[in-house]
Design a protein around this ligand. Structure first.
Ligand code: HEC
Ligand code: HEC
Length: 174
Protein backbone atom coordinates (compact mmCIF):
# COMPACT_ATOMS: atom_id res chain seq x y z
CA UNK A 1 0.00 0.00 0.00
CA UNK A 2 2.67 2.51 1.06
CA UNK A 3 4.74 1.54 -1.97
CA UNK A 4 1.80 2.20 -4.30
CA UNK A 5 1.23 5.66 -2.87
CA UNK A 6 4.91 6.52 -3.29
CA UNK A 7 4.82 5.24 -6.85
CA UNK A 8 1.68 7.29 -7.56
CA UNK A 9 3.27 10.42 -6.14
CA UNK A 10 6.41 9.70 -8.18
CA UNK A 11 4.39 9.51 -11.40
CA UNK A 12 2.66 12.83 -10.67
CA UNK A 13 6.00 14.47 -9.92
CA UNK A 14 7.47 13.05 -13.13
CA UNK A 15 4.58 14.33 -15.22
CA UNK A 16 4.80 17.78 -13.62
CA UNK A 17 8.54 17.98 -14.30
CA UNK A 18 7.98 16.92 -17.91
CA UNK A 19 5.38 19.66 -18.48
CA UNK A 20 7.68 22.21 -16.88
CA UNK A 21 10.64 21.23 -19.07
CA UNK A 22 8.54 21.29 -22.25
CA UNK A 23 7.23 24.77 -21.36
CA UNK A 24 10.75 25.98 -20.59
CA UNK A 25 12.13 24.73 -23.92
CA UNK A 26 9.16 26.27 -25.74
CA UNK A 27 9.59 29.76 -24.23
CA UNK A 28 13.35 29.70 -24.79
CA UNK A 29 13.05 28.72 -28.45
CA UNK A 30 10.51 31.48 -28.82
CA UNK A 31 12.92 33.98 -27.27
CA UNK A 32 15.79 32.89 -29.51
CA UNK A 33 13.73 33.34 -32.64
CA UNK A 34 12.66 36.77 -31.43
CA UNK A 35 16.25 37.72 -30.58
CA UNK A 36 17.39 36.69 -34.05
CA UNK A 37 14.68 38.82 -35.57
CA UNK A 38 15.96 41.70 -33.42
CA UNK A 39 15.29 44.37 -36.03
CA UNK A 40 11.55 43.81 -35.97
CA UNK A 41 11.29 43.35 -32.21
CA UNK A 42 9.16 45.96 -30.51
CA UNK A 43 11.49 47.87 -28.23
CA UNK A 44 8.92 48.65 -25.60
CA UNK A 45 7.75 45.09 -24.95
CA UNK A 46 9.47 42.17 -23.32
CA UNK A 47 9.94 38.79 -24.96
CA UNK A 48 6.75 37.71 -23.17
CA UNK A 49 4.80 40.02 -25.46
CA UNK A 50 2.38 42.40 -23.77
CA UNK A 51 4.09 43.45 -20.53
CA UNK A 52 6.10 46.58 -21.27
CA UNK A 53 9.75 46.55 -20.25
CA UNK A 54 10.85 49.54 -18.21
CA UNK A 55 14.61 49.89 -18.61
CA UNK A 56 14.96 52.77 -16.13
CA UNK A 57 13.16 50.72 -13.49
CA UNK A 58 15.24 47.60 -14.23
CA UNK A 59 18.43 49.61 -13.82
CA UNK A 60 17.14 51.22 -10.61
CA UNK A 61 16.35 47.79 -9.16
CA UNK A 62 19.78 46.43 -10.11
CA UNK A 63 21.52 49.48 -8.58
CA UNK A 64 19.53 48.98 -5.39
CA UNK A 65 20.48 45.30 -5.32
CA UNK A 66 24.22 46.12 -5.40
CA UNK A 67 24.20 48.95 -2.82
CA UNK A 68 27.47 48.82 -0.85
CA UNK A 69 29.06 46.59 -3.50
CA UNK A 70 29.34 49.18 -6.30
CA UNK A 71 33.14 49.09 -6.35
CA UNK A 72 33.55 45.35 -5.92
CA UNK A 73 34.67 43.29 -8.93
CA UNK A 74 31.69 42.38 -11.12
CA UNK A 75 32.60 38.69 -10.90
CA UNK A 76 32.04 38.79 -7.11
CA UNK A 77 28.75 40.69 -7.31
CA UNK A 78 27.06 39.09 -10.33
CA UNK A 79 26.59 35.40 -11.19
CA UNK A 80 27.91 34.74 -14.67
CA UNK A 81 30.69 37.18 -15.56
CA UNK A 82 33.12 35.81 -18.13
CA UNK A 83 34.52 38.98 -19.61
CA UNK A 84 34.30 41.91 -17.17
CA UNK A 85 35.52 39.98 -14.12
CA UNK A 86 37.48 42.82 -12.50
CA UNK A 87 35.26 45.72 -13.62
CA UNK A 88 33.55 47.52 -10.68
CA UNK A 89 29.94 46.27 -10.47
CA UNK A 90 28.36 49.74 -10.88
CA UNK A 91 30.44 50.35 -13.98
CA UNK A 92 29.23 47.12 -15.55
CA UNK A 93 25.68 48.48 -15.34
CA UNK A 94 26.77 51.69 -17.07
CA UNK A 95 28.44 49.64 -19.83
CA UNK A 96 25.17 47.73 -20.28
CA UNK A 97 23.11 50.91 -20.45
CA UNK A 98 25.33 53.19 -22.54
CA UNK A 99 28.00 51.01 -24.13
CA UNK A 100 25.68 48.23 -25.24
CA UNK A 101 21.97 49.12 -25.27
CA UNK A 102 22.28 52.74 -26.37
CA UNK A 103 25.03 52.21 -28.94
CA UNK A 104 23.00 49.47 -30.65
CA UNK A 105 19.69 51.33 -30.31
CA UNK A 106 18.11 48.53 -28.29
CA UNK A 107 17.07 47.94 -24.67
CA UNK A 108 18.23 45.21 -22.27
CA UNK A 109 15.74 42.68 -23.70
CA UNK A 110 17.74 42.42 -26.92
CA UNK A 111 20.31 40.31 -25.03
CA UNK A 112 18.54 39.37 -21.76
CA UNK A 113 15.33 38.02 -20.37
CA UNK A 114 14.66 40.77 -17.78
CA UNK A 115 15.41 39.64 -14.24
CA UNK A 116 17.37 36.62 -15.50
CA UNK A 117 20.48 38.60 -16.35
CA UNK A 118 22.95 35.75 -15.73
CA UNK A 119 21.34 33.38 -18.24
CA UNK A 120 22.47 32.75 -21.80
CA UNK A 121 19.04 32.33 -23.46
CA UNK A 122 19.63 34.83 -26.24
CA UNK A 123 22.35 34.36 -28.88
CA UNK A 124 22.91 38.14 -28.90
CA UNK A 125 24.54 37.93 -25.44
CA UNK A 126 27.41 35.77 -26.69
CA UNK A 127 27.57 37.80 -29.92
CA UNK A 128 28.23 40.85 -27.72
CA UNK A 129 31.19 39.04 -26.08
CA UNK A 130 32.55 38.06 -29.50
CA UNK A 131 32.10 41.63 -30.73
CA UNK A 132 34.01 42.90 -27.67
CA UNK A 133 36.86 40.51 -28.50
CA UNK A 134 36.87 41.83 -32.07
CA UNK A 135 37.00 45.43 -30.78
CA UNK A 136 39.97 44.56 -28.53
CA UNK A 137 41.71 42.92 -31.46
CA UNK A 138 41.22 46.01 -33.63
CA UNK A 139 42.36 48.38 -30.85
CA UNK A 140 45.32 46.35 -29.60
CA UNK A 141 46.61 44.70 -32.78
CA UNK A 142 45.26 46.15 -36.00
CA UNK A 143 45.03 49.93 -35.47
CA UNK A 144 48.53 50.27 -33.94
CA UNK A 145 49.99 48.82 -37.17
CA UNK A 146 48.58 51.67 -39.26
CA UNK A 147 51.12 54.49 -39.50
CA UNK A 148 50.60 58.26 -39.69
CA UNK A 149 47.16 58.41 -38.03
CA UNK A 150 46.04 61.61 -36.26
CA UNK A 151 45.72 59.99 -32.82
CA UNK A 152 48.68 58.54 -30.97
CA UNK A 153 46.36 55.83 -29.68
CA UNK A 154 43.47 55.49 -32.13
CA UNK A 155 40.50 53.61 -30.70
CA UNK A 156 37.10 52.25 -31.76
CA UNK A 157 34.13 50.99 -29.75
CA UNK A 158 30.63 49.57 -30.37
CA UNK A 159 29.25 52.99 -31.34
CA UNK A 160 31.87 53.41 -34.07
CA UNK A 161 30.08 50.82 -36.20
CA UNK A 162 26.60 50.49 -34.74
CA UNK A 163 25.68 54.18 -34.30
CA UNK A 164 22.36 53.31 -32.67
CA UNK A 165 21.52 50.46 -35.06
CA UNK A 166 21.57 46.68 -34.78
CA UNK A 167 22.98 46.30 -38.25
CA UNK A 168 25.81 48.70 -39.10
CA UNK A 169 25.26 50.70 -42.28
CA UNK A 170 27.14 49.96 -45.48
CA UNK A 171 26.01 53.14 -47.21
CA UNK A 172 25.38 56.69 -46.07
CA UNK A 173 21.70 57.61 -45.89
CA UNK A 174 20.17 59.53 -48.79
C1 HEC B 1 24.26 43.73 -26.69
C2 HEC B 1 23.91 42.77 -25.63
C3 HEC B 1 23.58 43.28 -24.25
C4 HEC B 1 22.69 44.28 -23.91
C5 HEC B 1 21.86 45.17 -24.81
C6 HEC B 1 22.65 44.29 -22.47
N1 HEC B 1 23.48 43.34 -21.95
FE1 HEC B 1 23.73 42.88 -19.99
N2 HEC B 1 25.16 41.50 -20.47
C7 HEC B 1 25.60 41.24 -21.75
C8 HEC B 1 26.74 40.37 -21.68
C9 HEC B 1 27.55 39.85 -22.85
C10 HEC B 1 26.95 40.08 -20.31
C11 HEC B 1 28.03 39.18 -19.72
C12 HEC B 1 29.31 39.96 -19.50
C13 HEC B 1 30.51 39.07 -19.15
O1 HEC B 1 30.52 37.87 -19.47
O2 HEC B 1 31.47 39.61 -18.54
C14 HEC B 1 25.91 40.80 -19.59
C15 HEC B 1 25.76 40.74 -18.19
C16 HEC B 1 24.80 41.46 -17.48
C17 HEC B 1 24.59 41.37 -16.05
C18 HEC B 1 25.32 40.43 -15.09
C19 HEC B 1 24.42 39.22 -14.83
C20 HEC B 1 25.04 38.13 -13.96
O3 HEC B 1 24.55 37.89 -12.84
O4 HEC B 1 26.04 37.53 -14.40
C21 HEC B 1 23.60 42.24 -15.74
C22 HEC B 1 23.03 42.52 -14.35
C23 HEC B 1 23.19 42.88 -16.97
N3 HEC B 1 23.94 42.38 -18.02
C24 HEC B 1 22.20 43.84 -17.04
C25 HEC B 1 21.85 44.49 -18.23
C26 HEC B 1 20.90 45.58 -18.27
C27 HEC B 1 20.17 46.15 -17.08
C28 HEC B 1 20.81 45.97 -19.59
C29 HEC B 1 20.00 47.10 -20.17
C30 HEC B 1 20.27 48.43 -19.60
C31 HEC B 1 21.70 45.09 -20.35
N4 HEC B 1 22.31 44.23 -19.49
C32 HEC B 1 21.87 45.18 -21.72
C33 HEC B 1 25.05 41.72 -22.91
C34 HEC B 1 24.10 42.72 -23.01
C1 HEC C 1 33.85 46.93 -36.87
C2 HEC C 1 32.42 47.14 -36.80
C3 HEC C 1 31.71 46.64 -35.53
C4 HEC C 1 32.01 46.95 -34.23
C5 HEC C 1 33.11 47.84 -33.70
C6 HEC C 1 31.01 46.29 -33.42
N1 HEC C 1 30.14 45.60 -34.21
FE1 HEC C 1 28.52 44.50 -33.59
N2 HEC C 1 28.10 44.02 -35.49
C7 HEC C 1 28.85 44.40 -36.60
C8 HEC C 1 28.31 43.73 -37.78
C9 HEC C 1 28.84 43.90 -39.21
C10 HEC C 1 27.23 42.94 -37.34
C11 HEC C 1 26.36 42.01 -38.17
C12 HEC C 1 25.14 42.70 -38.72
C13 HEC C 1 24.44 41.73 -39.62
O1 HEC C 1 23.75 40.85 -39.11
O2 HEC C 1 24.61 41.87 -40.83
C14 HEC C 1 27.13 43.16 -35.91
C15 HEC C 1 26.17 42.55 -35.11
C16 HEC C 1 26.09 42.68 -33.74
C17 HEC C 1 25.10 42.04 -32.91
C18 HEC C 1 23.97 41.15 -33.37
C19 HEC C 1 22.72 42.00 -33.49
C20 HEC C 1 21.54 41.20 -33.93
O3 HEC C 1 20.52 41.25 -33.21
O4 HEC C 1 21.61 40.54 -34.97
C21 HEC C 1 25.36 42.40 -31.62
C22 HEC C 1 24.61 41.98 -30.37
C23 HEC C 1 26.52 43.26 -31.65
N3 HEC C 1 26.94 43.41 -32.96
C24 HEC C 1 27.09 43.84 -30.55
C25 HEC C 1 28.22 44.62 -30.57
C26 HEC C 1 28.86 45.16 -29.38
C27 HEC C 1 28.36 44.97 -27.96
C28 HEC C 1 29.96 45.85 -29.80
C29 HEC C 1 31.02 46.54 -28.96
C30 HEC C 1 31.68 45.66 -27.98
C31 HEC C 1 30.00 45.75 -31.25
N4 HEC C 1 28.94 45.02 -31.67
C32 HEC C 1 30.98 46.35 -32.05
C33 HEC C 1 29.91 45.27 -36.61
C34 HEC C 1 30.53 45.79 -35.51
Amino acid sequence: MKKQITRGAGAVLFAATLIFVVMLVYTQTNDNVKAQNGQTQDKTTTSQGDKPFDQAQALAELRKAIVGKEDKPAAEVFKNIQMFKTMPAARLLRVMELGYAKSLGVDCTHCHVPGQWEKEDKPTKQIARDMAAMVTNINKDLLPKIKNLKSAEPVINCTTCHRGQIKPALNLPG
